[in-house]
Design a protein around this ligand. Structure first.
Ligand SMILES: Cc1ncc(C[n+]2csc(CCOP(=O)(O)OP(=O)(O)O)c2C)c(N)n1
Ligand SMILES: *[C@@H]1O[C@H](CO)[C@@H](O)[C@H](O)[C@H]1NC(C)=O
Ligand SMILES: CC(=O)N[C@H]1CO[C@H](CO)[C@@H](O)[C@@H]1O
Ligand SMILES: CC(=O)N[C@H]1CO[C@H](CO)[C@@H](O)[C@@H]1O
Ligand SMILES: [Mg+2]
Length: 689
């Protein structure tokens, strides 16, 4: 296998990466040049894919966790015939190109997940491998291996330094994911130089301790046969994930090879010239691919197309023999939910008792789990308190543990919020699963890096975020979220829901499940909440609505979650004690409310009436909807929750009571009495795109 064509292909990849980064005067040539040999071996000799149909279910998955090396992936995808042209390579890192600065899943055919923030990709790969194992266990039948595939991942020193990779790798070892094979680009270099300045642990022993199978390839620059043998060995180990420690030279071929100088700066013109000369390319020409390299890769691409054609025949027979399973699989792959599924969502009446919304959430999950088999839930070790596991759920576990099996739909993530978030992104990216995960709202912040990527990469991931405020009480300020909602509301393409009662909780799930390209965080209370007159699923599904209208209203109280019912009492108090008429708006999701027509938004937040928002959180962001804000721009306090809400000392000036709200409503009415009041919904830029 050390024939000329292999070497020529490897050098072509290296030079393409050098040319593209030089052309865009930006990018990272080092990792692509160092990893070109393993990429060639993996894609050409092992990976199963059809460049003409990057969506084929039974393709092997590939994740470039060291996403800065994306020119490696773009070069490979181009050479194998994915819909990435040489012009696209020339447009690397330019506005509007399909070859952005780091891999973005929905931009580029053949890119599975969005990577770049180091450590995330390997966790996505764990999620993809879990999804494969689950989908295989769910759909495969004797004689019908509809899903029999692998997930491969490249990662750098940076990924291994990031803690999140340890969370997911630890879980992958426990889960015995034999279909996961990761390659560590052990080049001893990161941005600060030699990794011996900060990263000296024994990674091999660490991964062995996680329960991984580890092999080492000493010469990742030349030993193509050794690399192939290593992958072969890893494939043979089916009860452990595998790590290949691949010793490489960053920027191999550059005059600066082996130094951090080639990590993130394009090669200089004379360096590129000597590189091309050394590899037998014309030093005067750029973006050159020898036809024999295209032809050679086209053979493997054709094998992939044939494999898919064969698989399609298998699937056709499967459809005859197992029509229900086949229909379910196809539906899931489209991302559609079963017809009429929403009828299973519980509705409540005002006579139903007050229930904590975390419990209401559990009721929703229990009602829909049988209808939505694609739901795969879990919790970061808070199953009991965040109520994420429906009765009779089977755990997703290796059968050998006796704790469950791979068809199980409940994942024990352990105390690993960030890992859970990043793994869920991989689960969602696979195509057959809608993942949800539970933890306290405050600890979703631990996973902010992963949540941000959910939003950026348009995946349907749901956070069941309980204990959503100072209302959690005794656990105190360390557990009481303050800034969390403002943070995630500021994240584009992320729904932050804070339902006020049973109907609103059903609405939150209805929209979260139905929205194929947007993650959700559903903030849920620990304390009981009454069923509110006027809340319906349809109303709440618009993101905001008028809960209580009153003729001649002088103030609008706008609120979310557990504070809405306190506003209802405050309105009564205002009428009885101050003769002030207050209307009430519930605004459970900014993102969805913002997507309604201006006319609708103005009907909810009209001109002429001053408005006051009430939420026991940072007031940041509420200026967009209300004239005045009552919130908590400081940390909470520990104590029984009603005492915390009531506290009115100078040290704890909270007053989230009907009286406290009324006091501020009176001030609002007085302050705005003699000035024209326009709804904050009116904005100067409405006519500008
Ligand atoms: C979470 C995160 N922190 C920092 C960075 C910036 N960054 C990009 S590459 C890199 C060094 C990575 O070193 P390594 O993985 O060894 O890559 P190599 O230099 O070998 O290509 C850093 C710190 C990042 N992309 N993501
Ligand atoms: C809940 O919604 C249903 C229909 O969507 C409605 O009939 C019912 O009155 C609502 N319950 C409350 C408490 O408003
Ligand atoms: C060929 C092969 O080993 N396929 C495996 C792919 O992954 C599934 C799920 O882990 C296994 O059941 C298959 O054996
Ligand atoms: C379904 C489930 O696991 N419910 C549990 C929720 O947590 C409480 C304790 O907080 C348990 O009693 C339930 O069994
Ligand atoms: Mg490195």
């Amino acid at each position: 296998m050390s024939g000329n064509i292999d070497q020529l292909a490897v050098n072509t990849i290296r030079i393409l990466a050098a040319d593209a980064t030089a052309n865009s005067k930006s990018g990272h040539p080092g990792a692509p040049m160092g990893m070109a040999p393993i990429a060639h071996v993996l894609f050409d000799k092992f990976m199963k894919f059809n460049p003409k149909n990057p969506e084929w279910l039974n393709r092997d998955r590939f994740v470039l966790s060291n996403g800065h090396g994306c020119m490696l992936q773009y070069a490979i995808l181009h050479l194998f015939g994915y819909a990435i042209t040489m012009d696209d390579i020339k447009n690397f890192r330019k506005v509007g190109s399909i070859t952005p600065g780091h891999p973005e899943a929905h931009d580029t055919p053949g890119i599975e997940v969005t990577t770049g923030p180091l450590g995330q990709g390997i966790c996505n790969a764990v999620g993809l491998a879990m999804a494969q194992a689950h989908t295989a266990a769910t759909f495969n039948k004797p004689g019908f291996n509809v899903v029999d595939n692998y997930t491969y991942c490249f990662m750098g020193d940076g990924c291994l330094m990031e803690g999140v990779s340890g969370e997911a790798s630890s879980l992958a070892g426990h889960l015995q994911l034999g279909n996961l094979i990761a390659v560590w680009d052990d080049n001893h270099i990161s941005i600060d130089g030699d990794t011996n300045c900060a990263f000296t642990e024994d990674v091999v022993k660490r991964y062995e301790a996680y329960g991984w199978h580890v092999v080492t390839v000493e010469d990742g620059n030349h030993d193509l046969a050794g690399m192939a043998a290593a992958i072969e060995k890893c494939k043979a180990v089916t009860d452990k994930p595998s790590l290949i420690q691949l010793k490489t030279t960053i920027g191999f071929g550059s005059t600066q090879e082996g130094t951090h100088g080639v990590h993130g700066s394009p090669l200089k013109a004379d360096d590129i010239k000597q590189l091309k000369q050394k590899f037998g390319f014309d030093p005067e020409k750029s973006f050159v691919v020898p036809q024999e390299v295209y032809d050679y890769y086209a053979k493997h691409a054709a094998e992939g197309a044939a494999a898919e054609a064969e698989w399609n025949q298998l699937l056709a027979k499967y459809a005859e023999k197992y029509p229900a399973e086949h229909a379910d699989l196809q539906r899931r792959l489209r991302g559609d939910l079963p017809e009429g599924w929403e009828k299973a969502l519980p509705v409540y009446s005002t006579s139903d008792s007050a229930v904590a919304s975390r419990k209401l959430s559990e009721i929703v999950l229990s009602k829909v789990e049988a209808i939505l088999p694609e739901l795969v839930g879990g919790s970061a070790d808070l199953t009991g308190s965040n109520l994420t596991r429906w009765k009779g759920a089977v755990d997703f576990q290796p059968p050998s543990t006796g704790l469950g099996d791979y068809s199980g739909r409940y994942v024990r993530y352990g105390v690993r919020e960030h890992g859970m978030g990043a793994i869920m992104n991989g689960l969602a990216a696979y195509g057959t699963i809608i993942p949800y995960g539970g933890t306290f709202l405050n600890f979703v912040s631990y996973a902010a890096g992963a949540v941000r990527l959910s939003a950026l990469s348009h995946v349907r991931v749901i956070w069941v975020a309980t204990h959503d405020s100072i209302g959690l009480g005794e656990d105190g300020p360390t557990h009481q979220p303050i800034e969390t909602l403002a943070h995630f509301r500021a994240l584009p393409n992320c729904m932050v829901w804070r339902p006020a009662d049973g109907n609103e909780t059903s609405a939150a799930y209805k929209v979260a499940f139905a929205h194929k390209t947007c993650p959700s965080i559903i903030a849920l209370s620990r304390q009981n909440l009454p069923q509110l007159q006027g809340s319906t699923i349809d109303n709440a599904a618009r993101g905001g609505y008028v809960l209580q209208e009153v003729e001649g209203a002088q103030v609008t109280l706008v609120s979310t979650g557990s504070e809405v019912s306190i506003c209802v009492e405050a309105a009564k108090y205002l009428a009885d004690n101050h003769g002030i008429k207050a209307r009430i708006v519930s605004l459970p999701c900014f993102e969805i409310f913002d997507s309604q027509s201006k006319e609708y938004r103005l009907s909810v937040l009209p001109d002429g009436i001053p408005s006051l928002s009430v939420e026991v959180m940072s007031t940041m962001g509420w200026e967009k909807y209300t004239h005045e804000q009552f919130g908590l721009n400081r940390f909470g306090a520990s104590g029984p929750y009603l005492d915390v809400y009531k506290a009115s000392s100078s040290q704890h000036p909270f007053e989230f009571t009907p009286e406290g709200i009324a006091k501020r409503a009176v001030a609002t009415v007085n302050f705005w009495k003699d000035v024209p009041v326009r709804s904050p919904v009116n904005r100067a830029f409405d006519q500008i795109i």
